[in-house]
Design a protein around this ligand. Structure first.
Ligand SMILES: Nc1ncnc2c1ncn2[C@@H]1O[C@H](COP(=O)(O)OP(=O)(O)OP(=O)(O)O)[C@@H](O)[C@H]1O
Ligand SMILES: [Mg+2]
Length: 405
């Protein structure tokens, strides 16, 4: 089983997928832009060979170079788990003639308007939306759709350039900030709670499935620095309120012709109980979501993903044991972390529930909270009871404070 894996070293969790591939018996050919000398030994030992390309995001160039590099060697799979590489992987699959999702299928997971069109064509509920390329398009779209609306880039990530638009005035303000964005989606604003639906799928059917709730919604967490964003995996997925989202998610996978691998979907539950599709990617969620899912069941999805992709099998138990919460912290002030209050007391009282603590140590420079959801670090904790997990997460959010100066 020879697997070309794109971007094996960055983002850092990709090193875990590389390990997973090696552990299920694959011979891994890594392709990245980092010099081979800079790769950690712990990663290099899982790869049979590595190609450094000058520009990882130059699709044509990467496709040509990888094709030439693998000449004379067989290829069985091409995989990527980083959003910006999933189309390149699909192009390489077509070039090598290996199984896996086609370019057209993957476009349905990358292009936000196309994905909504395909999901809607399957009779599923999506926000009403129009694709806009100019301010005039946007004003016409707003007249057609009515307020409130959301304006966001077609190929966005991390809620960048995403604006809540409640009036014609808001629209002008948002348009003025979006002049550098070529193509955007203007859509009906869905009020309600926001969840994920994550899977490791085999032939479009989930071998593993997960729901997590965002507290608060990402758009609010990404627009207000004082918020400590919380994401909690839901242990009991059979609850009626979640079950509707799961059913929607499964139908979305079919509608988009999902193959083997990770999916990460976002969906809304309106106050009246209706569930609405948000967006989906054919890759894992970022910001430690896979770690959270692993802690939910005490399993290793880095390896099970690899098994699904290579052998169409999944061997880990899927019994859910915990609600797993991650709480991201943002320091007050600028510069370097100078002080953390409340952490010692929290660990003394509730440390037994904490499975990971990665708050930036004193002296480290702050991270840019707009650029990374990781913020100035995080705590992951878990509990079999949702209410307790939520309460502990609230304590971390409210009573632990980081300072920078
Ligand atoms: N139609 C909508 N109604 C209400 N809120 C929305 C809508 N579209 C987007 N949002 C909010 O904006 C956030 C970002 O939008 P979306 O998920 O489409 O973009 P993204 O930038 O790809 O997100 P991510 O942060 O997952 O990378 C959503 O998580 C949600 O909170
Ligand atoms: Mg999103």
């Amino acid at each position: 089983m020879k697997v070309v894996f794109l971007a094996p070293s960055y983002p850092p969790e990709m090193q875990q997928y590389t390990r997973g591939l090696a552990e299920v018996g694959a011979t891994v050919y890594g392709v990245g832009d980092a010099p081979v000398g800079s790769l950690p030994t712990s990663l290099k030992r899982h790869m049979a060979d590595y190609l450094q390309v000058p520009k990882l995001l130059d699709e044509d160039d990467v496709v040509n170079r990888v094709h030439a590099w693998m000449r004379g060697r067989s290829v069985d799979r091409v995989a990527a788990n980083w959003e910006v590489m999933v189309l390149t992987a699909a192009r390489l699959r077509e070039r090598f003639g290996v199984p896996g999702m086609s370019v057209d299928t993957v476009r349905g997971f990358r292009d936000k308007q196309l994905m909504k069109d395909r999901v809607a064509a399957a009779g599923l509920r999506v926000p009403r939306a129009v694709r806009v390329r100019s301010a005039t398009d946007a004003r016409e779209g707003a007249a057609k759709l009515g307020f409130p609306l959301v304006l966001k880039p077609i190929a966005g990530a991390g809620s960048a350039d995403t604006y809540e638009v409640r009036s014609a005035r808001d629209l002008e303000v948002a348009l003025a900030k979006m002049t550098h964005v070529e193509e955007a989606s203007l859509e009906e604003f869905i009020e309600g709670e926001e969840f994920t639906y994550d899977t490791v799928s085999i032939g479009g059917k989930p071998a593993f499935a997960n729901v997590a709730q965002y507290l608060p919604k990402p758009l609010i967490a990404r627009s207000n620095e004082w918020v400590s964003p919380v994401i909690i995996t839901v242990r009991d997925m059979a609850q009626p309120v979640i079950a509707k989202g799961v059913a929607l998610g499964d139908k979305v996978l079919t509608a988009l012709n999902m193959g083997d691998g990770f999916t990460h979907m976002e969906w809304f539950r309106k106050p009246d109980g209706e569930v609405v599709f948000g967006e989906i990617g054919c890759r894992p969620g970022g910001a430690c979501l896979v770690d959270q899912m692993n802690y939910t069941c005490d399993i290793d999805l880095f390896r099970e993903w690899a098994r699904a992709v290579c052998w169409k099998a999944f061997e880990a138990p899927t019994r859910r044991k915990y609600n797993v919460a991650i709480i991201f912290k943002r320091a007050k002030g600028q510069g370097r972390i100078s002080r953390i209050t409340g952490l010692r007391e929290f660990m003394r009282d509730y440390g037994e529930h904490v499975v990971d603590q990665k708050l930036l140590p004193i002296g480290s420079p702050r991270r840019n909270w707009k650029h990374t959801l990781l913020s100035d670090g995080w705590i992951i904790l878990r509990h079999p009871s949702w209410d307790v997990a939520k309460k502990l997460a609230d304590i971390v959010a409210n009573d632990i404070t980081m300072y920078a100066e």
